[in-house]
Design a protein around this ligand. Structure first.
Ligand code: E4P
Length: 214
């Protein structure tokens, strides 16, 4: 399974990239706004750290404007993937961008039917939002897994990114369900590493090491 980092914080990208476990990065307008930095410069900086797909989201609502904004964003770096919400205009823009071979991550996916249409329009990635579905008492991992099943059954050239990941258990459940990619906040990555038995084990080993003749 590929792991993307879901952040616009350059320091987090740098720290995670050093671990050698990050395959890409996703951003969204909220994450960009949180950092109070220039959008284009942020995407450029992320692309210089991570050699993998970096999603940057359009903020226009109608298809021609989305395509124009996407073409500008794609000039930042070859690894930029254009994030587009699933709307009628979003599908139209995705279909046009896929003909131009500009990769699209179709976002704000909450149902398998939306994922199916995104794949048919030529989206390179589809992003079901697991945590936000859980918030409404739906089973987010299950819906992401249904999206994955449809994409895999028909062999679309589309990968599923489980997004809106809130905790390490989501990651494990997505891995168990065979979902292509998860995009995770930095704090979830830290949570995946941490285990009290590992900490206790290290403490014990270091304590015992002190009594060894050297
Ligand atoms: C990823 O592509 C999304 O931008 C992100 O995972 C949304 O997460 P949230 O529901 O925690 O805002």
């Amino acid at each position: 399974m590929k792991i993307f980092l879901d952040t616009a914080n350059i320091e987090e990208v740098r720290l995670a990239a050093e671990l050698g476990v990050i395959d890409g990065v996703t951003t969204n307008p909220t994450l960009i706004a949180r950092e109070k930095e220039d959008f284009v410069e942020t995407v450029k900086a992320i692309c210089s750290i991570v050699d993998g797909p970096v999603s940057a989201e359009v903020t226009e609502a109608d298809a021609p404007a989305m395509v124009e904004q996407a073409r500008e964003l794609y000039k930042i770096h070859d690894n930029v993937v254009i994030k587009i919400p699933i709307t009628l205009d979003g599908l139209k823009a995705t279909s046009e961008l896929s003909q131009l071979e500009i990769p699209v991550n179709m976002t704000l996916i909450f149902s398998p039917n939306q994922a199916l249409l995104a794949a048919k329009a030529g989206a390179r990635y589809v992003s079901p939002f697991v945590g936000r579905l859980d918030d409404l008492s739906h089973d987010g991992v299950r819906i992401a897994s249904e999206c994955q099943d449809i994409i895999s059954t028909y062999d679309y050239d589309t990968e599923v990114i489980a997004a809106s990941i809130r905790h390490p258990l989501h990651v494990f459940q997505c891995a168990e369900a065979g979902i292509d990619i998860v995009t995770i906040p930095y704090k979830v990555l830290l949570g995946m590493v941490k285990h009290p038995l590992t900490d206790n084990g290290i403490d014990q080993f270091l304590k015992d090491w002190k009594s060894v003749k050297k």
